[in-house]
Design a protein around this ligand. Structure first.
Ligand code: ADP
Ligand code: 5SP
Length: 477
């Protein structure tokens, strides 16, 4: 037996690059064991992963947790949002999942927005104007490009639903992740029959939306996992909603998450409906809302540029008028799905370190442009930003966010906030508490606050100018 004070819970983050598992003491929030196993994502035109490798990675991550995982009384899975998982009648993937950062459905996205009333109508109906990240556009792409796969599909799931379903044997999801599909109406909090009919998706193929605080099921088949049959399984949620739980986030505080995706978000009690499409009007996992903007190019893109330059990711140098838009995967914020990386302002005396700094600046500029849009009008604009995700560990990321935001930045010591949020959700099942209150009791947001520095408006203006001047190039399909 472990020396934990309370029951143990397991929180999982199945994100783009890896699956991470934490075994957490539900009384204190102490992480008693952890594990992590990588995934592969296809390269080339699309971004796909075989869902079965998420299950294998979950098994491996839990194996690394050792005996502690055997004692878990409840488990919950947070996962990368939007991915389209298609299962056949036996529950096996029909094809690899189409991931959130696969932009091939950009033409379908544009068409769907036009066909169902335009951006304002979509924002009012689903909270968001669907871009190529949204599941509904991926389903439309599949129907057009692989009709046999669509015909073979007996169930449609999101990544976290897939793993939760393999644990419980039931098809479930939650409002947080459902709100990123484009077929969940944020006004009625139910699947939108008209959208589903329009894209030819039978609602019977979709999972049941579990209410906040409700049990999704119990572990029905161990399948090589360390859990006992009957272990409680929480609803789980999308990774950003899970991190909001993990931080015990309250309205008024903005989060910047620097991982494979860059995201900026806040909790709000008001249902968002941004007709410009910059802010996605997601639901959170509790009953409130999670207005969020997301970039496709964050840590991976900057690391790639560092690798091209043969530099360590921290080897940045200040100064220079060079601008680098690191849109290696196309971009979502701003909405430029067909764009590629763009470099301008290069001189004989530009150094590699300055080029690398320009890549950080380009990535952070996109996120900060949406900061004011995700916060409620009455939020305190001088409060610290919470910086999380793998990139938050990096000094160059921290300093770039400070310089370009002009705001204090708080870096929580807790590393895996998505998995911690999932653990808090699992703990909430045991104690009946609100998961965000569990996380606050665990003090998960604790960490140093870096003071505000003067905002570098010159760099922000230069990047905005390049974006505007290069629009025809960046928008070209
Ligand atoms: N010490 C560090 N400094 C800067 N970046 C880091 C550091 N450690 C990890 N990273 C970055 O974090 C990224 C992974 O972040 P994470 O939030 O785990 O990603 P995911 O989106 O898959 O959840 C990697 O791409 C890597 O570039
Ligand atoms: O698409 C979004 C949010 O809308 C992404 O944030 C995904 O949820 C992927 O997350 P990471 O793997 O980068 O954590």
């Amino acid at each position: 037996m472990s020396a934990a004070e309370g029951p143990l819970v397991v929180g999982v983050d199945t994100s783009t690059q890896s699956t991470k598992a934490l075994v957490v003491d539900a009384s204190t929030g102490q992480v008693v064991a952890s594990g992590q196993a990588p995934h592969t994502v296809s390269t080339g035109a699309g971004r796909e992963s075989d869902p079965r490798q998420w299950w294998d990675a979950l098994r491996e991550a839990l194996h690394q947790c050792g005996d502690a995982a055997h004692e878990a009384a409840a488990v919950s899975i947070g996962g990368q949002q939007h991915g389209l998982v298609t299962l056949d009648a036996q529950g096996e993937p029909v094809r690899p999942a189409l991931l959130w950062n696969d932009v091939r459905s950009a033409p379908q996205a544009r068409r769907l927005v036009e066909e169902l009333g335009g951006p304002k109508a979509w924002a009012e109906r689903t909270g968001s104007v669907p871009g190529p990240s949204f599941t509904v556009t991926k389903w439309a792409w599949l129907a057009e490009n692989e009709p046999d796969a669509v015909r073979a599909t007996a169930a449609v799931r999101l990544p976290h639903d897939y793993l939760t379903g393999r644990l419980t044997g039931q098809g479930t999801t939650d409002r947080g992740d459902a709100s990123g599909t484009g077929w969940w109406a944020s006004g009625t909090e139910a699947y939108d029959d008209e959208v589903l009919a329009h894209v030819g998706l039978d609602p019977a193929l979709l999972p049941r939306v579990v209410r906040p605080g409700e049990v999704a099921g119990t572990v029905h088949a161990q399948g090589g996992l360390p859990f006992s049959r009957g272990t409680l399984v929480a609803a789980g949620t999308g990774d950003n909603a899970a991190a909001a739980l993990g931080l015990g986030l309250r309205p008024g505080t903005a989060v910047l998450s620097l991982g494979t995706s860059g995201t900026v978000y806040a909790v709000s009690t008001r249902r968002p409906a941004d007709a410009t499409g910059t802010v996605a009007g997601f639901a959170d996992a509790r009953g409130d809302w999670l207005p969020l903007a997301c970039t496709l190019n964050c840590t991976l893109a900057v690391d790639r540029i560092a690798a091209l330059l043969g530099l360590d990711r921290e080897a940045v140098e200040p100064g220079s008028g060079v601008t680098l838009l690191p849109y290696l995967d196309g971009e979502r914020t701003p909405d430029l799905p067909h764009s590629a990386g763009l470099l301008t302002g290069l001189r004989h005396d530009t150094t590699g370190g300055q080029l690398l700094q320009a890549a950080y600046d380009g990535a952070v500029h996109s996120l900060l442009g949406a900061l004011d849009l995700v916060l409620d009008a009455d939020a305190d604009r001088t409060a610290p930003l919470l910086l999380i995700g793998g990139g938050a560990r990096g000094t160059a990321w921290q300093q770039t966010v400070r310089r370009l935001s002009g705001r204090p930045v708080q870096v929580p010591e807790a590393k895996e906030l998505v998995a911690l949020g999932a653990a808090a959700q699992a703990a909430g099942l045991l104690t009946g508490e609100d998961p965000a209150a569990v996380a606050r009791r665990w003090n998960t947001a604790r960490g140093p606050v870096l003071d505000a520095v003067e905002r570098d408006d010159e760099t922000l203006a230069r990047i905005a100018g390049v974006l505007s001047d290069a629009a025809p190039l960046l928008e070209r399909p």
